[in-house]
Design a protein around this ligand. Structure first.
Ligand code: CP
Length: 311
């Protein structure tokens, strides 16, 4: 357990969610159960009445930011936003540490997305309200992982499943968080990535050290018949050192109805979105396609998270 606590100015212990490693399996299961109850409309619509969420997004976002704000609204609370570095006093040279100290005085929790790995953990050291990591560079994206697990659980049990991670596994933070979480459930991992974009060696060592079986494939066609979940990720263009190396790998994998012809009948295709061209739009109408359900699931899962950190 890496969850850390500090005493905020209200004299209460502050709980942050920085990494999926902040949860053990029992805590994840409990949060997903709460999300399911919320999804079934069994929740108090004023649970967070009078509470304020600050969303600090220093990288683009549609789903994470809007679903956190929607989650807050559905629980009776309100949100404040800073749209970009340019739109706040960080453009004048204010540090992230000072920014979160100040924002802690305006809000009851902070959701932060930042291009630098480790930024959310740094923010948590200076905030006096709970901080939720909404993506830190190529690091972690724990709320995405929780909604990914929730979506898988809608189709199958989480225990001992076979999951293909496809795409940019080097820079894709959603793949990193999900792989760590799946290690708690005895999953087997099947990786398919362009050369140079494999899972970081340190993460691979951590996963195998926990007893996870990880099989690497050269071709997506070889992995598909073996798995229950096909988790596709975008090439993270913004994290490439130069555009030439990006264009070298862009068309190296793509999910189409033809590639899914050999998929198990119950297999599901997930993608954290946004997609660029990794999934052919013709896949959208196949029963395997669950990525739009997945983005919708962001709301109940984030409602459960906000209740956990703010109540
Ligand atoms: N999945 C995800 O993080 O999407 P956004 O970048 O739109 O928030």
């Amino acid at each position: 357990m890496h969850t850390f606590y500090r005493i905020g100015w209200r004299g209460k212990a502050t709980r942050h969610i920085i990494s999926i490693g902040d949860f053990d399996r029992r805590q994840i299961d409990r949060l997903l159960d709460n999300a399911k109850r919320i999804d079934a409309q069994k929740f108090d619509k004023n649970a967070l009445f009078g509470k304020i969420l600050a969303t600090l997004f220093f990288e683009p976002s549609t789903r994470t930011r809007m679903s956190f704000e929607a989650a807050m609204a559905r629980l009776g609370g309100t949100s404040l936003s800073v749209g970009s570095v340019e739109a706040c006093s960080m453009a004048k040279g204010e540090t992230l540490a000072d920014t979160v100290r100040v924002v802690s005085g305006y809000a009851d929790a902070i959701v932060i997305r930042h291009p630098k790995e480790g930024a959310a953990r740094l923010a948590a050291q200076f905030a006096t309200v709970p901080v939720i990591n909404a993506g830190d560079g190529a690091g972690q994206h724990p709320s995405q992982t929780l909604l990914d697990l929730y979506t898988i659980r809608q189709s199958m049990k989480l225990d001992e499943i076979n999951v293909a991670l496809v795409g940019d596994l080097r820079y894709g933070r959603t793949a990193h968080s999900l792989a760590s979480a799946l290690s708690l459930y005895g999953a087997n991992l099947h990786t398919v990535s362009p050369k140079g974009l494999e899972l970081p060696a340190s993460l691979l060592a951590e996963l195998t050290g926990k007893g996870m079986r990880v099989t690497d494939y050269n071709s997506i066609g070889d992995a598909i018949p073996e798995v229950d979940v096909i988790y596709v990720t975008r090439i993270q263009r913004e994290r490439f050192p130069d555009s030439a190396s990006y264009f070298d790998v862009t068309s190296s994998y793509r999910i189409t109805p033809e590639t899914l012809a050999n998929a198990r009948e119950h297999a599901i295709v997930l993608h954290p979105l946004p997609r660029v061209d990794e999934i052919d739009p013709r896949v959208d109408s196949l029963p395997h396609a669950k990525y739009f359900n997945q983005s919708r699931n962001g709301v109940p899962v984030r409602m459960a998270m906000l209740q956990q950190v703010m109540q």
